[in-house]
Write a protein that binds this ligand. Structure first.
Ligand code: FE2
Length: 248
């Protein structure tokens, strides 16, 4: 079975459309969606509608921290000004149906096919960032599964644990593959569709083949200028457009 893995779409309809165009010819048995469908970007309704109707189903989905603020489950008091402004704007623009869809996204972690765990931040805490080996080491200690896919940092990354040793598996090149080996444990981030932060502005996603135990990562160019124009036209902070161009 082959699954598409998408995270941190952040209301970027141009990026999501490019990913969906890229994967259209491939057969997927479903999608793992790791949260932050909305927030930052100026196309929240299109993104939620594409999630509901266009991405390969069935979908295993969880909420992200921006989804919680947009759905007014959390106040966003820890957000910076631009993020909070975008979240408030998104709440006001989403249709009733789309807002309900965002509000009803389940809290991670959840289990998904292939014996994997899905979470937004870490398996133990949906809001925690896993940037460093130390943070990954802590997460491995608080969770007992073999493979977890996570998002939240917007940085494609793979942490591998062998016993108590944790290392980073470098993602060399825009496309590549890692095989899930028995006896090793993995924390894997597909990167962000809608707001990459690893200085590669192209949309990021992964796929997971449950039989071959292969995880593959990809990057797709998209109309970044258009996505930026939408942000400026919506009256959202220009910095949210600029960072798309830089991939930060
Ligand atoms: Fe995010």
């Amino acid at each position: 079975m082959l699954y598409l893995i998408l995270s941190d779409l952040h209301g970027n309809q141009d990026a999501l459309s490019a990913v969906l165009r890229r994967v259209r010819r491939k057969h997927f048995d479903g999608t793992f969606l790791l949260g932050d469908l909305v927030g930052y970007g100026a196309g929240p309704n299109k993104v939620v509608e594409d999630v509901r109707r266009q991405i390969p189903g069935p979908i295993w989905k969880i909420r992200g921290n921006h989804d919680k603020v947009v759905a007014e489950i959390e106040s966003g008091e820890n957000f910076n000004q631009a993020a909070l402004q975008a979240a408030r704007w998104t709440t006001s623009k989403l249709t009733k149906t789309n807002l309900r869809f965002v509000r009803e996204l389940p809290q991670g972690p959840i289990e998904a096919p292939g014996g994997v765990t899905l979470c937004h931040g870490s398996p133990a805490d949906e809001d925690q960032y896993l940037f460093s080996v130390y943070e990954a080491w802590e997460a491995f200690n608080l969770w007992s599964g073999q493979v977890a896919f996570f998002g939240h940092t917007h940085v494609p990354s793979i942490f591998v644990a062998q016993g108590r040793e944790v290392r980073v598996a470098l993602l060399q090149g825009p496309t590549g593959t890692i095989r899930i080996e028995p006896g090793l444990r993995y924390l894997i981030n597909p990167g962000s569709v809608g707001q990459p932060r690893d200085r590669d502005p192209r949309a990021a996603y992964m796929t997971f083949d449950t039989q071959a135990r292969l995880v593959r990562w990809y990057r797709v160019p998209y109309a970044i200028e258009r996505a930026g124009e939408r942000i400026v036209e919506a009256g959202l902070p220009k910095i949210l457009a600029d960072r798309l161009t830089l991939g930060v």
